[in-house]
Design a protein around this ligand. Sequence first.
Ligand SMILES: [Zn+2]
Length: 248
Amino acid sequence: MPVYKADALVLRTYKLGEADRIVVFMTRDRGKKRGVAKGARRPRSRYMGALEPLTRGEVAYFEREQRDLVQLNYLDPVRSPLLAQSGDALGYVGYFAELLDEWAPEAHADERLFRLGASMVDAIAGGAPIEKLARYFEYWLLRLQGVYPALSCVDCAGTLLGGAVMPPRAHLFVCDRCAPGGGGTEISSGAVRFLAAAGSAAPERLESLGLTAAASRELETAHRRLINLHLEKELKSARVLREMRHAR
Ligand SMILES: [Zn+2]
């Protein structure tokens, strides 16, 4: 049985039997896998602290014939989101991991998605402003999947820099001049400028991009509509984040 070694991101885990865990992880080179971490729930397990969602590490595993589950040999963490200083950031870790889990393809590699996920772990561990990072991540994730609408007006092809609207039941943008009225998700010019800048900025440069709390809310709503449309459901972790905010 060949042993594979890979650069991997932990997405989630769940219990198996008395002492084990199943680990869902995304590899850089062979897509998403599910593996058994033997004894992971025992005290002093060698997996202690290595299986938190969004941990990046080197994993070694082997595949068993005609089984969907691989067997983990080890998972050596190289970067953990637990390095984040703020409790707020930790609240988002599950959300980022759930989004990656939903979009990571089984059994074939998506190098760009892996790199996006890995850069988010680095940014979280490095103390990046978390709300801004979440909007950046959503934008790039949806873009990589080819489902982010064009940043120009679908009616007149003009710029959105004066502000835009995502009309009800439509998942695209119209400029403020062509907006039909009757509601929809309003996107202020500040939010549009953030998107335009985020499209060419590395996550380490987030500090230099402006995004007010109000503009972040606008994008959060628009992104949630896009995510729910394409996943045909609302993510549990997204709901939890909203509830946490309302409870403050
Ligand atoms: Zn227009």
